[in-house]
Design a protein around this ligand. Structure first.
Ligand code: SAM
Length: 231
């Protein structure tokens, strides 16, 4: 995995550059607002509390699927699209080791600051399509929230799913959210409104990438959550 053989290299390169530039611009303008649009002037406290809420809602309610009997403090976790480190910080409090990527160098800089007191959390700027920047080690759990809903290419999202499959331990869970509203008109150069997935498209992607798509929630809606277990 790593290179998208099925799209023209030029098309993919343009999309990756646009994602990097647009998100760097958003990070410079008002990173916390673009990361979580519920507020335009987040305080540190409120911003990181919102990350704790995401973990409370999506992780702490689901520890059976996520940990599968393993102690959280002994688990290595991967996050795709860490933004300013809002959720990453809450993950780092819970799990033993966290590695996170983001396409935007500006976001990675902010996330690194947010994580400076967490020596077992590492943040990397990646190329927007694969995980080659992450050490080639095995992960117990992978997570991504409000990231793929912004990626305008289903091929790039699928490339990430294949990359997570490469790094996850067998049986491990990749829990992630995609845009599920297929009525939306998306454009290849729009880095805000990502490519939507129908249930069929999500399930087919899981099988192509070596996952069991065991659970789904929110099909047809913006917050379409998928539970992919590595075969
Ligand atoms: C709305 S923010 C959410 C950040 C974080 N997940 C959170 O909930 O706080 C979306 C993030 O996805 C990142 N992103 C967008 N496209 C990406 C891509 N192709 N690869 C990696 N990160 C990407 C952006 O730079 C941005 O930091």
């Amino acid at each position: 995995m790593g290179t998208l053989g099925f799209m023209s290299d030029l098309g993919v390169e343009r999309q990756l550059q646009k994602m990097r530039e647009d998100w760097d611009q958003r990070a410079r303008e008002n990173a916390r607002h673009y990361v979580n649009t519920a507020n335009t002037a987040w305080t540190d406290e409120e911003f990181f509390a919102s990350g704790e809420r995401t973990v409370a809602e999506e992780i702490l309610t689901d520890m059976g699927n996520i940990c599968q009997g393993k102690a959280p403090g002994k688990m290595r976790v991967l996050e795709i699209g860490c933004g300013a480190g809002r959720v990453t910080r809450a993950l780092a409090k819970l799990f033993g080791e966290v590695h996170a990527v983001d396409v935007s160098g500006e976001m990675v800089r902010l996330a690194s600051e947010a994580l400076r007191d967490f020596p077992r959390a590492s943040v990397y700027q990646n190329n927007g399509q694969d995980l080659t920047v992450v050490p080639n080690i095995q992960f117990d759990f992978a997570f991504s929230s409000i990231v793929f809903q912004h990626i305008p290419s289903r091929e790039i999202i699928e490339n990430y799913v294949g990359e997570v499959q490469r790094l996850l331990r067998p049986g491990g869970l990749f829990k992630f959210q995609v845009q599920g509203d297929s009525t939306l008109e998306t454009q290849p150069d729009d880095t805000w409104l990502g490519a939507p997935f129908s249930e069929r498209q999500a399930v087919d992607m899981a099988f192509r990438c070596g996952f069991d798509p065991r659970y789904r929630h929110g099909a047809g809606e913006q917050y379409f959550w998928l539970w992919f277990f590595k075969r």
